[in-house]
Design a protein around this ligand. Structure first.
Ligand code: ZN
Length: 187
């Protein structure tokens, strides 16, 4: 690994230790040229298989993009979305798989989104959960109304098509997920 201080093309590992219950390894490195030290973190890249069959690294920003559209007009802030995306990543990583389907990412979004905002949840779920029949969907809505006790979780104003809101369809966002390895300069 290249030294982040002097760009020397090689460095020496002087210590390795596990982080996050073995999901990542932190290495202390020393540069043979400038003798400065830095750390790297190595973690498995979580890949998402899109419906098209294309795989790409998991990105929290894509979860946020997808969920934000379902949250239009709802009292959900950027902090809520960032927290939800973190929860989703933790859930998926806890499955211990190197690769997940984009539909599984959608399913991992459902529970935390329901906690956050039921209307947004319904919009999102209408795309990502495969209801076996219209009755299932109606039952879901009735269940929500019961829990909301007369709240605003009705389906009446949620008929807009939630097209392209998923993590598999967002485009052009910079990657903000966990990088393959990150150098942390330590002076
Ligand atoms: Zn160096």
């Amino acid at each position: 690994m290249r030294c982040p201080f002097c760009r020397h093309p090689d460095s020496r590992v002087i210590d390795s230790r596990e982080m996050d219950d073995g999901q990542a390894i932190r290495r202390r490195r020393s540069c043979p040229q400038c003798s400065r030290r830095f750390s790297t973190v190595e973690a498995a890249v979580l890949m998402v298989v899109k419906r098209s069959g294309v795989t790409e690294p998991f990105q929290r920003s894509k979860v946020i993009t997808g969920v934000r559209r379902a949250c239009q007009g709802r009292p959900v802030g950027d902090d809520d979305l960032a927290q939800l995306a973190q929860q989703v990543e933790e859930t998926i990583r806890a499955w211990g798989m190197a690769e997940v389907a984009s539909q599984q990412v959608g399913l991992a979004i459902l529970d935390p989104l329901r906690e956050l905002d039921e209307v947004a949840y319904l919009r999102f779920a209408s795309v990502y959960r495969s209801y076996t029949s219209a009755e299932d969907f109606a039952a879901e809505i009735a269940d929500m109304r019961r829990r909301a006790k007369g709240g605003d979780a009705g389906p009446g104003d949620d008929t807009e098509p939630a097209d392209g809101t998923g993590p598999g369809t967002a485009r052009g966002r910079p990657e903000t997920g966990r990088p393959r390895a990150r150098g942390v300069p330590v002076s």
